[in-house]
Write a protein that binds this ligand. Structure first.
Ligand code: RIB
Length: 304
């Protein structure tokens, strides 16, 4: 379905240390965890794995260090069939995320950027070549990297999808005219000052995001409410699929990967959002970041 799409992702690659607990601690409180483990993560790498699992020919552009975590993360990209020739291993320390997950599957994440903050903007942009049909970026690398890569892709006429995680007020004005911009609720608040908690505020925030970025479509990820699409003329809220929530880590990453691929394939933004909702629902029903990302077969077998 997506095997003819040549996708590239510029972004972070992290080792995630994940601790599960019934209730997260208050300040000064100690609580007991139930399980813990290490998992391959990073918003960029998660999105690359999301694309590859759905069948796209995928290239990762980023940086790790030549350390144990860096080696394990590269092996994971290789195992998932991702071209990692544009992943430098010359960083000082590989990125790390400490993730705590409560009994309701909700996470809290702290990221140490490490090598992700050392990506060279020109080197990354030069990896976006004429063989690239689709580019995905997030905000977990330096602003100069994101801006340079998005502008390079726009100049080349490449379909460009901006995932706005993690939440920060990024200078959207420096990269005008991407295809899709897609923040979640907290990222929308950070970028616009508006909480998208009602249809009127979803519309207000979407208009502001389009005005700032001049993107063709604004797609807000609204958690259990699904997502919204604003195309400059009409707003549509697309409810998600209900599943048992086990772990929400990387649900947004899997949504963005599926949204981008289906839009590139069909040019239909509503079909793209529906695919994003489906893939996101499968991802939250499973434990882990990239480990929760579905394949096309999983989607076909998905019973709502
Ligand atoms: O979006 C989830 C990701 O955010 C985790 O894998 C973690 O590495 C952080 O980057």
């Amino acid at each position: 379905m997506y095997k003819n799409i040549r996708a590239a992702v510029v972004g972070s690659i992290n080792m995630d240390i994940v601790l599960n607990m019934e209730k997260v601690p208050e300040v000064g409180e100690n609580v007991l965890g139930t399980t813990y483990g290490y998992a391959c993560g990073g918003k960029g790498a998660n999105q690359a794995i999301g694309l590859a699992r759905l069948g796209a020919k995928t290239k990762m552009i980023g940086k790790v260090a030549d350390d144990t975590n860096g080696k394990r993360l590269i092996e994971n990209l290789e195992k998932n069939g991702i071209d990692y020739s544009c992943v430098s291993t010359e960083g000082t320390q590989t990125g790390l995320a400490a993730i705590i997950i409560d009994g309701d599957g909700r996470n809290r994440i702290t990221v140490y950027e490490g090598a992700n903050a050392e990506i060279d903007p020109k080197e990354a942009a030069d990896c976006i070549d004429d063989e690239t049909d689709l580019l995905l970026v997030q905000f977990e690398t330096k602003e100069e990297v994101v801006v340079k890569c998005v502008n390079r892709a726009i100049e080349k006429g490449i379909t460009t999808v901006i995932d706005c995680g993690p939440a920060k007020n990024f200078a959207l004005e420096k990269m005008q005219g991407a295809t899709i911009i897609s923040p979640n609720e907290s990222e929308t608040k950070a970028l616009t000052g508006i909480s998208p908690d009602a249809e009127s505020t979803v519309l207000e925030a979407s208009k502001k995001l389009m005005q700032r970025s001049k993107a063709q479509f604004v797609v807000l990820k609204l958690g259990e409410r699904g997502c919204s699409v604003w195309d400059g003329e009409s707003l549509k809220i697309m409810p998600t699929y209900k599943t048992k929530v086990v772990d929400t880590t990387a649900a947004g990453d899997s949504f963005t990967a599926a949204l981008a691929l289906e839009f590139k394939r069909s040019g239909d933004i509503y079909a793209a959002c529906d695919m994003g909702n489906k893939v996101g629902a499968i991802a939250v029903s499973r434990m882990g970041a990239d480990a929760s990302m579905p394949t096309i077969e999983d989607i076909v077998n998905f019973n709502i």
